[in-house]
Design a protein around this ligand. Structure first.
Ligand code: SAM
Length: 309
């Protein structure tokens, strides 16, 4: 299934405040948000679209073809955005978008190994030029490290029991190299299925985050993206779980400081630099109608920050 962009109108309306200007989409995916941004910003606008997944970038290329040379595409990690933007002579960037996490294409293609719904090699790499896969990571971690990872990145309450079951299976020489082998092992550790979500949901989320270094990348890209914006430019971030949203919220709050009056006269800025203003005080969530159309939107949260002069 081609990826359906979440919170599309909500994002475009907050990122594009005047016609023209340069935009950067750090997570191009299938190009849904990128095309809507270019369409809204008009003929004088240009956009740099990045994705570290070669398959995603090929789809984005098709979606952005109607915009001709107004769209520049590069396969790159969004952490390289300043360098790529510099190479293309981009200045005064009006907006940066980060739509985090995985795309429907990545989840639905069994050979990518992101989903326990189909059996495939336990891969989970967004960028197939990277050496480390989820199967490789499982072999590399100690039992204690795996338990810690499942608790931190998956918020998995039975992390220790799962880590023990995995360690024992590996010690017995059992293979954990496919999504089905891992899903079965986690189900066994948790005593089977209870409720609506699959018992391996949190384990798969945690491994995916770790394999792709998602939280470290987010922590590093936020200051980088804000630093790239022209005054008045905006950074929009769409996140899909509380770990990411917490980081985005704290980052945005820290840059929205305040002026404090000094006893000797004048005032000083209390807060991180560059100065910014939160466009969204509360995160924007999807409407019920969007969630019915696109269940992936259920956990999406949009936050927008505007760089000040
Ligand atoms: C939710 S999808 C984006 C969908 C897109 N907004 C659309 O409308 O189709 C997230 C995309 O971000 C990419 N991605 C995640 N982390 C990345 C990173 N550090 N650098 C570049 N791309 C990344 C993934 O490969 C994936 O294609």
């Amino acid at each position: 299934m081609v990826h359906v962009p979440v919170l599309l109108e909500e994002t475009v309306a907050r990122l594009v405040t005047e016609p023209g200007g340069w935009y950067v989409d750090g997570t191009a995916g299938a190009g849904g948000h990128a095309s809507a941004l270019l369409a809204a910003a008009g003929l004088d606008a240009r956009l740099l679209a990045l994705d570290r997944d070669g398959e995603a970038l090929a789809l984005a290329k098709d979606a952005l073809a109607p915009f001709g040379d107004r769209a520049i595409l590069e396969r790159a990690n969004f952490l390289e955005m300043a360098e790529v933007a510099g190479r293309h002579g981009l200045r005064d960037i009006r907006g940066v978008l980060l739509d985090l996490g995985v795309s429907s294409m990545q989840l639905d293609r069994p050979e990518r190994g992101f989903s326990f719904l189909r059996d495939s090699p336990l891969d989970m790499r967004m960028d197939d030029r990277q050496a480390l896969t989820a199967a490789g990571l499982l072999k590399r971690l100690s039992q204690a490290e795996l338990a810690d990872l499942l608790r931190r990145y998956g918020e998995e309450p039975m992390s220790r029991r799962i880590a023990k079951t995995v360690a024992e299976a590996l010690a017995r020489g059992e293979l954990i190299e496919t999504t089905a082998q891992l899903a079965e092992l986690v189900s066994r550790a948790k005593g089977g299925r209870r409720g609506r979500t699959h018992p391996a949901t949190q384990t798969f989320q945690a491994l995916r985050i770790a394999v792709n270094g998602e939280l470290a990348a987010l922590a590093a890209v936020l200051p980088l993206a804000l630093g790239l914006l022209a005054p008045g430019g905006r950074l929009a971030v769409i996140s899909f779980h509380s770990l990411e949203d917490r980081m985005v919220k704290q980052f945005m709050a820290a840059h929205e400081g305040r002026m404090e009056a000094l006893a000797k006269g004048g005032s000083r800025w209390i807060g991180q630099l560059p100065r910014a203003r939160r466009v969204t005080r509360k995160a924007v969530s999807a409407t019920e109608a969007e969630i019915v159309r696109n269940p992936r939107a259920r956990t999406a949260k949009l936050r927008v920050l505007e760089r000040m002069a």
